[in-house]
Design a protein around this ligand. Structure first.
Ligand SMILES: CC(C)(COP(=O)(O)OP(=O)(O)OC[C@H]1O[C@@H](n2cnc3c(N)ncnc32)[C@H](O)[C@@H]1OP(=O)(O)O)[C@@H](O)C(=O)NCCC(=O)NCCS
Length: 177
């Protein structure tokens, strides 16, 4: 059974291989302002070396303990099975104005070679109790209007559409089952 874990050096090689898959699909370029893009720029080429994984862990640790200006504290979990990295999900501990408008409480991605197997749906379900533990009773989860897969993931987890803003659908997902 896949499970959520905190980022760990033990799976560094698997995570590096996943990031190379994301690069192959065009992520991590200068215009990629996503967390994944920031990580790829911050930690450097995903070569799986000890130094590289240390930079990845440091990047993730700082998101929680010392977030960049205009960011709220957040925790990244890895979705893994049998020591294989499958995906990641980032849980923001609270909303700020930008997150309330566009970004939401939770962001996620599944590595290209693991898609269409239900991982994103299961990963979002698995993180909801952790959001509840932070006092979040309804998590705001957003996706691009044309991101059919993500829309289905959110709706499968009980998301209720509030509205569309700036090209994003904004859903509220109850965190308690
Ligand atoms: C969006 C994403 C996380 C989905 O991950 P996944 O593990 O493939 O999703 P699931 O397997 O749980 O699929 C959920 C649903 O979407 C459908 N789906 C998956 N990929 C799809 C695609 N490319 N086109 C249309 N439907 C798709 C699945 O068939 C499934 O539908 P169902 O519930 O009717 O069976 C993944 O494609 C991804 O990482 N994309 C890039 C990053 C991203 O868009 N993140 C979300 C930002 S809001």
């Amino acid at each position: 059974m896949p499970a959520l874990i905190l980022p760990t050096a033990r799976l560094g090689h698997s995570f590096a291989a996943a990031l190379r898959e994301f690069q192959t699909e065009g992520r991590g370029g200068p215009d990629d302002r996503s967390l994944l893009g920031n990580l790829l720029r911050d930690a450097g080429p995903p070569d799986g070396t000890d130094a590289w994984i240390e930079r990845v862990l440091d990047f993730e640790h700082r998101l929680t303990t010392d977030p960049p200006r205009d960011f709220v504290p957040a925790t990244t979990y890895w979705w893994t099975e049998a020591d294989i990295y499958l995906g990641r999900i980032n849980l923001r501990h609270r909303l700020n104005d930008d997150l309330r408008e566009i970004g939401g409480h939770i962001g996620y991605d599944v590595r290209p070679t693991a898609r269409r197997r239900g991982h994103a749906t299961a990963m979002l379900a698995a993180v909801l109790p952790r959001a509840a533990a932070l006092g979040i009773t309804e998590a705001l989860v957003t996706c691009d209007t044309d991101n059919t897969a993500s829309r289905k993931v959110i709706e499968a987890n009980g998301g209720v559409l509030e509205d569309e803003r700036g090209g994003k659908l904004r859903y509220w997902v109850p965190t308690a089952t």
